[in-house]
Structures are given as structure tokens and as C-alpha cells.
Design a protein around this ligand. Structure first.
Ligand code: DAH
Length: 329
């Protein structure tokens, strides 16, 4: 072991570090100078064979050298970083020699992808897409839709009331009233949005999505409505599914029907309501019900999406559980 050689080594190393210009080079040099097969490390191993007084001299010298090297490397790191930041002031600092961070990739929520598929279908057959109000008054949510004051359907829908008159809409059918009020006839619209009911179990959540469809024109009949619904469902499920129209009752349509879909287990599941717009609704909106006829439909989007993917509990959609959501990537 030679004191001079170690001094020369240290001087050389300092010069080398001084000339380095990137993190990558610095990392490489650091390994060579301070790694297990480096010159200094090999000398450390030799110390134990020296006499006691030399042991102290060499031990101190090597320790000091290591500290000086480490400090030089640290300062150099700082220098390179600052230089890059200054150079790329407005750009984000990016050192290609650093290891990359794996970023998590998001995906479209199943309800959102159903909504875009539905919107595409209706847009392509000439429907306009409009938005409606989620905070609504009694008149638009019930009264104008021919739901009388004491009619049981008001009680059936467990409503979130804000005050005596204002509520969170229980159905997207309120959009029908707003659009008819404009009297821009004919009408051919769909509206997709959130609705609220005080329900919570495997087939209900307090908030869910509906799509409302409305056509008002001079020549329109129930078979037009049937064609639209049949083809919509065929398009949505990408297959020939079995559906049935079952006669039903809604205060704002006459005749009214509900549509059921046959599940894999052979059971029928109700997915939508539809019908011909009730003349009273047209009268309320001062539309000449002798000239104009309307048909309408309302569909639950969560129900459709559950059926499509075989999801058993509707609440999964809104729990932000990544292992559930990742299945839709
Ligand atoms: N609004 C109804 C509901 O929430 C669904 C509905 C049924 C909408 C028949 C319609 C319709 O437009 O014609 O249960």
C-alpha cells in the first residue's frame, strides 16, 4: 500500500467527477469508485494485514478519501440537476437515465361507455341529444306529466324533497315537459341523466341513470316506437335477445307498455317503460293533440349494463372498487 498512490487516485477521481455531465455517467463512475471491486475497497481489505501504526494512517486516509469522493459526487448531482432545471425552465425536468415510474392507466366507467353507445345509436337515427335539470319542481316532475296530486304513483316514488315544491327529479320524464314548452315542433330527442329515489338494495341505488326518449310529430304510431326499441336493444346487446312488450300503466302515456328482457336463467326482467304520449300531457303543454301525436320511452341504464355484463348487484357501479372497475378495461 502506498500513500502517494492513494493521493494520486483521489486527485484523479476528483477530476473525473468534475468532467461528468449526466446522471448516467455519474452513476456508472460511482459504482466503479466506491463499489466492492474498486481500488479503495481492495485497499480496505488489505488494512488488516498492516502493522498497528500503519493501520491507523491508512485507515484514516481511505476513510477521508471516501468522504471526499462522496461529497464531490453529491455536489455534482446537485449541479447537474440545477443545470437541467435552468435549461428547461418551462419544460418538465426529465432525465432519461433515471428509472421510469409505472403509471396506472384508467378506463372508462361501464355506465359511461353504455351512455356513449346509447347516444351513438339514437344520434344515428336522427334524435337530438339534450340535457335536463336534476333539481326540479313538482310541476315538471309530476303535475304536468298528468300525475294528479293524490295519485298513488307520487307515493310510489320515494322522493328526495328539498322543500315543499323542489325535489331531486325521480325520472328523466321531466325533460319532456321542458322541451314541449318550447313548442319547437316536431320533436325527436333523447336525454340521458341522473335520477334520484330513496331506494337502496341489490337492484336499486339512490342515484341511477335513465334515458328518456320523446317524439312528437304528425304521423307517429306504436309500431314506430316498437321498431325503435327493438332495434335499440339489438344494437346495445349486439345480439338477437328475446324481448316482450307487456301492457302497463303510466299516467303520462296511453296505451303504455313495459318491455322485459329474457335473462340467461329464463326469467323476464323489466328494463323500460314506454307508450304513446297522453293527450292530457299535450293539452297541458298547449300542443294541438288532434294534429300531433307523441311517443315516449324511459330506460334504466344500470339495468341494461348489468344484463350486458352479468353483474348481480347494481351497487357495485358506484363503490369505486378498482378490482371491479378494472374488469372493464
Ligand atoms: N318515467 C318512468 C319511470 O321512471 C319511465 C317511463 C315510462 C318513461 C314510460 C317514459 C314512458 O317516457 O313513456 O319509471
Amino acid at each position: 500500500m502506498n500513500i502517494n498512490k492513494i493521493h494520486i487516485f483521489l486527485k484523479l477521481v476528483i477530476i473525473i467527477i468534475k468532467n461528468i455531465n449526466s446522471f448516467y455517467e455519474l452513476k456508472k463512475i460511482k459504482k466503479r469508485i466506491l463499489g466492492k471491486s474498486s481500488y479503495l475497497y481492495i485497499n480496505i481489505k488489505k488494512i488488516k494485514f498492516l502493522k498497528k501504526d500503519k493501520k491507523i494512517i491508512f485507515g484514516k486516509l481511505i476513510n477521508r478519501s471516501i468522504n471526499i469522493i462522496k461529497k464531490n459526487i453529491f455536489l455534482k448531482e446537485k449541479y447537474i440537476k440545477n443545470k437541467f432545471i435552468k435549461k428547461n425552465k418551462k419544460k418538465i425536468f426529465f432525465d432519461v437515465s433515471l428509472q421510469g415510474k409505472k403509471s396506472l392507466k384508467g378506463s372508462i366507467h361501464p355506465i359511461s361507455s353504455s351512455i356513449s353507445k346509447i347516444e351513438n345509436f339514437f344520434y344515428n337515427i336522427g334524435f337530438n341529444i339534450i340535457t335536463g335539470y336534476e333539481i326540479e319542481d313538482k310541476y315538471h316532475n309530476f303535475t304536468a306529466l298528468n300525475i294528479p296530486k293524490h295519485h298513488p304513483s307520487r307515493n310510489l316514488q320515494d322522493t328526495f324533497w328539498i322543500n315543499k315544491n323542489i325535489l331531486l327529479r325521480t325520472q328523466t320524464s321531466n325533460v319532456q315537459i321542458h322541451i314541449m314548452k318550447n313548442k319547437n315542433l316536431p320533436i325527436k330527442i333523447i336525454s340521458i341523466g341522473k335520477v334520484y329515489r330513496n331506494d337502496n338494495d341489490i337492484k336499486h341505488t339512490p342515484m341511477f341513470h335513465q334515458i328518456e326518449g320523446l317524439i312528437i310529430n304528425k304521423k307517429i304510431n306504436f309500431s314506430n316506437l316498437k321498431w325503435i326499441i327493438k332495434n335499440f336493444l339489438k344494437n346495445f346487446f349486439n345480439s338477437d335477445i328475446s324481448i316482450r312488450f307487456r301492457s302497463s300503466y303510466f299516467p303520462f302515456t296511453v296505451p303504455s307498455a313495459e318491455v322485459d328482457i329474457k335473462e340467461k336463467n329464463g326469467k323476464w326482467l323489466e328494463i323500460l317503460g314506454c307508450g304513446m304520449v297522453h293527450p292530457n300531457v299535450l293539452k297541458n303543454m298547449k300542443i294541438d293533440y288532434k294534429k300531433y301525436i307523441g311517443c315516449a320511452f324511459g330506460i334504466g341504464i344500470e339495468r341494461l349494463t348489468m344484463l350486458k355484463y352479468g353483474i348481480l348487484d347494481l351497487r357495485y357501479f358506484f363503490e369505486n372498487n378498482l378490482s371491479f372497475l378494472n374488469k372493464f378495461k
